[in-house]
Design a protein around this ligand. Structure first.
Ligand code: E4P
Length: 218
């Protein structure tokens, strides 16, 4: 399973990339706005820190302008994945950009039907937003299960399921159990994944006992 970090904050990305566990980054217009920084500049910086796919989202809603914006974004670095919304125009743009060799991440997916369309449009990634479904009392993880099952029926579907709108570590566990290819994880959630009180307690006891031996390894 691949881990992407869901942020446009370069410091958070650097901090987590340092663990060697980050396979990519997803940004969106809201995350970029939060940084207060220039979009192109921040994406350029992220691409230098992380080798894997870095999603950068178009701002247009019509197909031709999305393609134009997508082509500009894809020139920033080889690891750019152009993000387009799951609309008719977005999927048309996805097809054209994908055929031209650009990685496309189709975002704002909320149904199995939409995920099937994204695969048929040649998307590299489809991003189902599970947290936002949970927010409206709809089963976000159920959507992941459906998409993973459907894609498994069609070996010619090469689109990877990128679990998005992750809110807590159990979302990641559930997604992994279902065999989703990627989870894009907010930094706070990824940090929480490292932690367990019994690890802290066990380590404290081992260190105390080791000290009693008076030995040192180095
Ligand atoms: C994915 O690419 C999106 O940036 C993200 O996961 C959205 O999550 P949110 O619902 O927490 O805004």
């Amino acid at each position: 399973m691949k881990f992407f970090v869901d942020t446009a904050d370069i410091d958070e990305i650097r901090d987590l990339a340092d663990t060697g566990l980050v396979d990519g980054v997803t940004t969106n217009p809201s995350l970029v706005a939060k940084t207060g920084r220039d979009f192109i500049e921040v994406v350029e910086e992220i691409c230098k820190v992380v080798d894997g796919p870095v999603s950068a989202e178009v701002a247009a809603t019509d197909c031709d302008t999305m393609i134009e914006e997508g082509r500009k974004l894809s020139k920033i670095a080889d690891n750019i994945a152009v993000k387009v919304p799951l609309t008719r125009d977005g999927l048309k743009a996805c097809r054209t950009l994908s055929q031209g060799g650009t990685m496309v991440n189709v975002t704002l997916c909320f149904s199995p039907n939409q995920a099937i369309l994204a695969a048929k449009a040649g998307a590299k990634f489809v991003s189902p937003f599970i947290g936002r479904l949970d927010d409206i009392a709809t089963d976000g993880m159920g959507l992941i299960e459906d998409i993973v099952d459907i894609y498994a029926n069609y070996p010619d579907f090469t689109t990877e399921v990128l679990v998005a709108s992750v809110r807590h570590p159990m979302h990641v566990v559930e997604a992994a159990k279902m065999g989703a290819h990627v989870a894009t994880i907010p930094p706070a959630v990824m940090t929480a994944m490292f932690n367990h009180p019994l690890t802290d307690k066990g380590l404290a006891a081992f260190l105390a006992d080791w000290e009693k031996t008076g030995q040192s390894i180095l």
